[in-house]
Design a protein around this ligand. Structure first.
Ligand code: SF4
Length: 180
């Protein structure tokens, strides 16, 4: 009898997809990983909603109402939730806007900045509402594990995933972790 595969979902909230690209840097090791794993919602599958999963990998901080919705969907459906990368853990680069008032940011970007030819702040109803700040995901939902780095390396992804796939507690080796 074939063993059931571990189901993993991934998403990027306010992130740059760099953490996802680093995940793919596993190269040929992805082949053996995918023998044990089935991907659910992910930019790699284009599945739009997170179903019941064993592990959820979250890249990026929380900057708008859609991010909140997606993050809560992951938390509701994933037994284990992992904050992947600096943006998910502390807001990272997107959180640099937290030093400024949101309206001041929008005015600088869309009205007063250099090279603007058609000044207007986008307000289409389809656009998700921005939050006042960019938040670490742990300020919105409970997080089970943190994988630091910008981005974490492929080795570090494996360091946390391989034990979890065997039902073991991951031990992150400090020498392999980095915070830049
Ligand atoms: Fe991109 Fe770095 Fe943020 Fe990952 S942690 S989403 S690589 S900026």
């Amino acid at each position: 009898m074939t063993e059931a595969k571990i189901r993993i979902a991934t998403t990027s909230l306010a992130g740059c997809f760099g953490c996802h690209m680093s995940f793919l840097d596993m190269d040929e090791r992805l082949v053996s990983l995918l023998e044990q794993v089935e991907l659910n919602r992910s930019p790699l599958t284009d599945i739009k909603h997170c179903g019941p999963c064993d592990i959820g990998l979250i890249e990026g901080g929380v900057c708008n109402e859609e991010n909140v919705h997606v993050l809560c969907e992951f938390r509701a459906n994933c037994k284990i939730l992992i904050a992947v990368g600096a943006c998910a853990i502390n807001g990272g680069v997107p959180a640099m806007r937290n030093y400024f008032d949101l309206q001041d940011c929008l005015q600088e970007v869309y009205l007063n900045g250099a090279g603007i030819t058609n000044p207007q702040i986008p307000n289409d109803i389809e656009l998700p509402l921005l939050l006042d700040k960019v938040y670490p995901i742990s300020e919105v939902v409970q997080v089970d594990y943190y994988l630091p780095g910008c981005p974490p390396s492929a080795d570090e992804f494996l360091q946390i995933l391989e034990p979890l796939l065997k039902g073991q507690e991951p031990v992150l080796v400090k020498a392999h972790l980095h915070y830049d």
